[in-house]
Structures are given as C-alpha cells and as structure tokens.
Design a protein. Structure first.
Length: 362
C-alpha cells in the first residue's frame, strides 16, 4: 500500500494532531502495523487487521473493548486504548480492516531474554492479567478463532493430513522425512491425554476464564528504565479458555533457549532457571484466584501448548505449507523438530517442574 494512502487512513481517526510521519513496524505475522507520529508529538499505532485470520473484526473488537473496560474499572494497570473513527460507524473500525490505538510511551519489549528478573516480571504480567479478569464472564466472549486450543481437534486435523491419499501421492518425500515425528506425535501415550484440559473445561472441573491465548514474551511491554511490566498487548485472541493455556504458552516461549526454527537440535533445551523465574512471578499474582485443580494442571498446560504447536507445524508440512509462512526448504518440518525436542525435555523434566510449582504455590 502507498504511504499516501496510509496517511489518509490515519486522518480518519480522532487523533490529537496531524500525521507527519508513518513507518511500518517490522514485527508480527498476521496484522500489518504502523507507527504514526503527529505534529503534536503524540504517537499512535495504526493496524490493518488480517480478516482472513480474523473474519469477524467486529466480534474481535467487541471482545477487546469489554475486556479492557473491565480491567480499567478495577485497577490502574495500563492496557490498550483504541481511538474512535471520526464517523463513529462502526466505532473503532475504518473500511472493515483499519483500527488505531494509543502508543504506550516509555516502553520496550523483548523477543527473547536470558534475564531471570525480566522473565519473573513476564510471569507477573500474565498472572496479573488473569487476576484482574477474575470474575469476568468469559462465556460472553466470541471465539475469534474457533477451536484455537482444542487439542483433540488439532490431533484430528493431523490424522486427516496423514491419511490423505492426495497428500501421500503429492508429497511422498515429505512423509518419508517426517516419519520419525509422525510416529512420535501420534503415539497413543500422547494422543490419549490431549482431551484432558478440554474435558475439564466442559464438565466444569476447572473454570472457563477469559484468556489471552498468545502469551509470548514479545506481547508484554516493559518500562524502558525499570524493566517492570507495563501492559499486555495483542489482545486479538482473547477468548474463553483456561488459565492453564496462558501459563503453558508463556513457559513454552520464554523458557526455551533457541529460535522456533533452530536447525541444530543440540542447541535446544528447556532452561529450568528460566522456568522457575517465570513460574515464581506468575504464581505470586494468581495465588488468590487459581484453583487447586488448575494448579495441578499447570505442568500439563506446558506440555499441551508445546504438543499443539508441534502437530500444527507437522500438519501444515504434510498439507503443503498452506497456513504458516515458510522461508526455506522444510521450514515447517524444522519447526516440528524443535517443538518435538522441547516436548521431550518437558516430559523428562516433569517432576522437577511439578516441584517448582509446589514451591511457589503457597
């Protein structure tokens, strides 16, 4: 899109000043994001929302607005503030795809870190988010991505990809390369436990909560000077779910020492010091709201989020790379290998993880 068009779109919102500089922010895999600087010194985030991934943007915005309003009424925690369009119809969306929010100043974010202090703060951020939303009626939220953390459904999609005659004929070589991981990830001892969390949500053994569902480190803003957490961003995947998912995804992305597409398996390991720091921060914030059943499921949540990502990458590889963007040969297979190695280490360290959770749960 031409820069002049983006300038004109920015002017459609009730901002403080006139846009004088707009730059594309090179991060994020789904939405296109711009930083808007106005002549008043005020800065904003302008986003083009990918409606292929999020087909009902009005439901998405309804989720975000209700959750952020709930938090703002209960605490002084910073959260996303969207800017209304000048036409106010619909309130926050221009031309079906565009939205604008205030830029949260004096903050920074990390793609990864070895700092245990920052990881403890990350755990606090996710835990505090859950605590502030305790009491929110999650059943009123729309599913912006249906069956997002329905792991049994993800297994079913993998089985369909494996059994597909078309896949086997077109991508015979891929099946041969992936055989070890097909066998590993479809092992009965793994597939048989994938419905544990979903079943407990359905029968009410654990509460259905408003969950972020994408709690990676880069979705947390930290104070530039103090490294204390400031806000949780990228709320598009807020849906009904389990606190176990948010903890598990946070650990999966914060406690591992390699890139998601690391080619050298020997460089991949789950750092127990990082795990402990994140867990300590998280449990400090949720100790007044988390149930006994949820606590017991936290280790499984880490396993489940890692397993789910592994089978999603493998499914896409066998289907011909139709969902995840790939930038090199066998990219999704490499991602599958990384998540499978992390999964092995989670299984190996399960007792240690359980012990650390017990250490900080009181």
């Amino acid at each position: 899109m031409e820069n002049n068009e983006v300038f004109e779109i920015a002017k459609k919102f009730n901002i403080n000043g006139t846009p004088e500089n707009i730059s594309l922010i090179e991060s994020g895999h789904i939405n296109k994001t711009y930083l808007v600087k106005c002549d008043t010194g005020k800065r904003y985030i302008l986003q083009y929302v990918n409606t292929y991934v999020f087909p009902n943007i009005n439901e998405l915005m309804d989720n975000v607005e209700r959750v952020t309003n709930f938090i703002k009424k209960r605490s002084n925690i910073q959260t996303i503030t969207f800017i209304k369009t000048k036409e106010n119809k619909p309130k926050y969306i221009y031309n079906n795809n565009w939205r604008m929010q205030e830029f949260i100043e004096n903050t920074k974010k990390f793609l990864s870190t070895e700092s245990l202090e920052i990881l403890e703060e990350a755990g606090k951020a996710i835990g505090d988010f859950q605590t502030q939303l305790n009491g929110f009626n999650a059943e009123t939220l729309f599913e912006t991505i249906p069956k997002f953390h329905d792991t049994p459904n993800r297994v079913k999609q993998l089985e369909i990809a494996i059994e597909s005659k078309e896949n086997k004929e077109k991508r015979k070589e891929r099946f041969e390369k992936a055989k070890e991981y097909i066998d590993f990830l479809t092992d009965k001892k793994r597939t048989s436990i994938t419905d544990t969390i979903t079943n407990k949500l359905k029968n009410g053994t654990i509460p259905t909560r408003a969950t972020h569902n994408d709690t990676k480190l880069s979705n947390i803003l930290f104070n530039k000077d103090t490294n204390k957490y400031v806000a949780l961003i990228d709320l598009d995947t807020i849906m009904p779910g389990s606190i176990v998912y948010d903890f598990g995804e946070g650990i999966r992305t914060s406690s591992t020492t390699s890139r998601e597409d690391e080619g050298d398996i020997s460089k991949i390991y789950v750092d127990m010091n990082r795990f402990e720091a994140y867990t300590k921060g998280f449990l400090e914030k949720v100790k007044t709201i988390i149930t006994k059943e949820e606590l017991e499921l936290l280790p499984l949540g880490i396993w489940m989020m890692t397993y789910e990502n592994a089978i999603r990458f493998l499914t896409d590889y066998l289907n011909g790379d139709i969902y995840f963007a790939v930038r090199k040969e066998d990219h999704n297979l490499i991602r599958t290998k990384v998540q499978s190695e992390i999964l092995k280490q989670i299984e190996y360290n399960q007792k240690i993880m359980e012990g650390m959770i017990k250490k900080y749960e009181l």
